[in-house]
Design a protein around this ligand. Structure first.
Ligand code: NAG
Ligand code: NAG
Ligand code: NAG
Ligand code: NAG
Ligand code: NAG
Ligand code: NAG
Ligand code: NAG
Ligand code: NAG
Ligand code: NAG
Ligand code: NAG
Ligand code: NAG
Ligand code: NAG
Length: 598
């Protein structure tokens, strides 16, 4: 059924045709014209298909998730509505206008499910319930309803690799050690060695430090946990587990969610034979043994499960062809793995820009962008991420002066960008003392530099008490004192703020020049990353100085002589709307421009 507006237009068209064309002669003419029109349309379609192949189809029918920006909300830290110091669903709902305001179309919610919060919600004790800290199921439904009304898509985090040790499945599994249904939901081992002593069955490590095995004193056996001991890994070789998880997907799809971000997917399987030790140094951290965890990650069985989930999501494909989105938290992705994930119907997050430090020069950045855009398999679509709840913020990795440059890069690259909350105002990493640290990744490894608290500090809305994050006096993590100068309200009032520049970029990237996979590098100096987007009819040159010194470029050799400034990281030097001479373009460190080529 067409939308009312469209229907009205059709009716109007019918009326005017009637008044113009009322003779028989006219009917015959109309008939001939229609036949001719159909013939031309068929020929054109055939011709275009044969010449341009699948690219035409893609341009004609981009999925919603290919056109918009994803914005990651970490619910604990976004907006508190009840004064208890922890962000919640009603808080997010009250801020939905903000996503429209900044030009973000897809909201990703990190976990809000029932959880003992040992890993702040990534330890789920009920996959189909809302934790009371975040609100109720009614609150979630109200959030979904309002989001739809505002034209926003909502994707939710999904944590299948492990659940909480307080999940009823695990509780039953513990007690159920005589081989009934729930026992096999998890990975258990007697762990008895040849001298009859109790030891972990192998040397596998937890990502957060220590052995990945913990002795359960109820059943007297070890269970496997890739993360904290409170997060037992589910057994994805068990048919009942697979079916339970399928139904969790269906539960949220029935609530209207538009897709899922799958947590920790590389860890979904471990080899069956638990006597195989990995070739690692057990005195070193899991991270230091990177590349050696060959029995506990990236197993081929993962892709079959992704394919299975894609089918479940496709049950909810809409009549207009719009599909549900499945984006995967992968890491250390090889080209082969990437292609297999795409083939299975998921989109593997491309994280190579996420960890980059200042030592990554323009050649290095260009190489990463090429890996993220070139040689994608059919059905592949680029995506870039520069921040998330596990990584230091841009301001901390590159310095506050580089935030605009990074937002400019993210929003002008091909594919789907993901912005982590607060990056649009350039929030800085908060320094917490050892006493204030709450992240289990730091506490379990006893290494504060592994803490993820700094990038999880509360959102800075205004200069009001607690940055407008909570009306309470004790936020779960201290608000960064720099909120007096870095906040949404203040930045909204200035055309040259990080937020205003973000909004301009978000608006710019809705133009068709940016809504495709193509990028052409136009490198002319070592410090300036530059590329074009679009074609002759609508072409943009992006130039960003990622070096530490001022640099001058001459783009005339590329036949670009002058251009108009569309977005500028520094309005005082290059004003939006002004003409620049590309024969000699000088950019200081961290300065960037999006230019419309004449
Ligand atoms: C999860 O919570 C819902 C709502 O309270 C309840 O109906 C359901 O049985 C729970 N599921 C499990 C596995 O405990
Ligand atoms: C498990 O089986 C053993 C041996 O048959 C029996 O002694 C024990 O009581 C059973 N435990 C449970 C919890 O059913
Ligand atoms: C069994 O484990 C104990 C305790 O770690 C150890 O002392 C013993 O050498 C092990 N026996 C064998 C055969 O590995
Ligand atoms: C078993 O372990 C749990 C959790 O580690 C602990 O709280 C409990 O006291 C232990 N029970 C016994 C009998 O050791
Ligand atoms: C597990 O691996 C060990 C060592 O390679 C081998 O001896 C054993 O037979 C294997 N067990 C199974 C059940 O395949
Ligand atoms: C690890 O540390 C223990 C105790 O300090 C030591 O005995 C062992 O040799 C170390 N292992 C390796 C592989 O370095
Ligand atoms: C950029 O970094 C690479 C190493 O990542 C180095 O080989 C290259 O020389 C650097 N280029 C410049 C211009 O500094
Ligand atoms: C955090 O600590 C780092 C290093 O000590 C320092 O450079 C930075 O300015 C501090 N940030 C804040 C917000 O205090
Ligand atoms: C940290 O906490 C301990 C115990 O509560 C206290 O004795 C100590 O003074 C605190 N240290 C700091 C730096 O606040
Ligand atoms: C602590 O973690 C950091 C970052 O992962 C790492 O570089 C460092 O080596 C670790 N320190 C220790 C003592 O393990
Ligand atoms: C707080 O912000 C408001 C508006 O955003 C501004 O008018 C006021 O001067 C600010 N107060 C302080 C103390 O910065
Ligand atoms: C750009 O600058 C160059 C060198 O300064 C000059 O020759 C050229 O005429 C200028 N082009 C325009 C369009 O102003």
């Amino acid at each position: 059924m067409p939308e009312p507006k469209y229907r009205a237009a059709m009716e109007q068209g019918k009326t005017s045709k009637k008044s113009f064309c009322y003779t028989n002669k006219c009917s015959v003419l109309t008939f001939l014209l229609v036949i001719a029109g159909i013939a031309v349309a068929v020929l054109v379609t055939l011709f275009v298909k044969s010449v341009r192949g699948p690219a035409t189809k893609e341009k004609a029918g981009l999925q919603w998730w290919q056109k918009d920006i994803i914005y990651q909300v970490y619910p604990r830290s976004f907006q508190d509505s009840d004064g208890n110091g922890i962000g919640d669903l009603n808080g997010i709902r009250n801020r939905l206008y903000y996503f429209n305001d900044i030009g973000v179309g897809i909201v990703w919610l990190s976990p809000f499910y029932k959880s003992p919060m040992k890993d702040f919600g990534y330890d789920v004790s009920n996959y189909t319930a809302v934790d009371s800290i975040f609100g109720t199921m009614k609150d979630f439904e109200a959030l979904m309803k309002d989001a739809k009304q505002k034209g926003l898509k909502v994707i939710v985090d999904f944590v299948p690799n492990h659940c909480s040790d307080e999940h009823p499945w695990f509780k039953q599994s513990k007690h159920d050690f005589n081989g009934t249904k729930y026992r096999d939901y998890f990975i258990w081992s007697k762990g008895v060695n040849e001298s009859g002593q109790r030891v972990p069955p192998n040397n596998w490590q937890s990502v957060f430090g220590g052995s990945a095995w913990t002795l359960d004193n109820v059943s007297g056996e070890y269970y496997y946990h890739q993360f904290t001991p409170n997060q037992p890994d589910l057994n994805f070789r068990n048919k009942d587990v697979l079916n339970e998880i399928d139904n969790v997907f269906r539960f949220w799809l029935n609530k209207g969610v538009d897709g899922f971000r799958i947590d920790a997917i590389p860890h979904l399987f471990e080899v069956k034979n638990l006597s195989w030790n990995e070739n690692i140094n057990v005195n070193k951290s899991w991270q230091e043994n990177a590349g050696r965890h060959i029995y506990t990650r990236d197993l081929d069985e993962i892709y079959g499960v992704v394919r299975r989930w894609r089918k479940v999501l496709d049950e909810f494909r809409q009549d207009d062809g719009s599909e549900k989105f499945l984006v995967l938290e992968t890491s250390d992705l090889t080209k082969e793995m990437r292609d297999k994930y795409y083939a299975a119907g998921g989109v593997p997050f491309f994280f190579e820009l996420l960890g980059v430090q200042k030592s990554c020069n323009v050649t290095c950045l260009e190489d990463i962008i090429k890996r993220g855009t070139l040689g994608l398999p059919s059905g592949g679509w680029p995506n870039f991420v520069i921040g998330n709840h596990d990584q230091r913020r841009i301001a901390e990795r590159w310095g506050e002066e580089f935030v605009n440059a990074w937002n400019m890069l993210l929003l002008t690259l091909p594919g789907t960008p993901t912005t982590y909350y607060g990056e649009e105002i350039g929030m800085t990493g908060m320094n917490y003392t050892q006493n204030e640290t709450v992240d289990p990744a730091a506490l379990q490894s006893n290494n504060m530099s592994q803490s993820r608290d700094p990038e999880r500090s509360p959102m800075q809305w205004s200069n009001a008490s607690q940055a407008g994050f909570t009306t309470g006096s004790a936020p779960w993590l201290k608000v960064n004192p720099d909120y007096l100068t870095i906040n949404v309200a203040k930045q909204n009032a200035s055309d040259s703020s990080i937020l205003s520049i973000y909004k301009l970029l978000a608006k710019l990237r809705t133009r068709s020049a940016f809504q495709n996979k193509d990028i052409t590098f136009t490198r002319v100096t070592d410090d300036i990353l530059s590329f074009t987007r679009g074609d002759k009819s609508d072409k943009y040159l992006v130039v960003i100085n990622f070096g530490s010194n001022s640099a001058t470029t001459n783009f005339a050799q590329l036949k670009f002589e002058s251009a108009t400034v569309e977005v500028s990281t520094n309005n005082a030097i290059y004003n939006v709307g002004s003409l620049v001479n590309l024969t000699s373009l000088t950019l200081s460190s961290a300065q960037g421009l999006v230019l419309k080529i004449k």
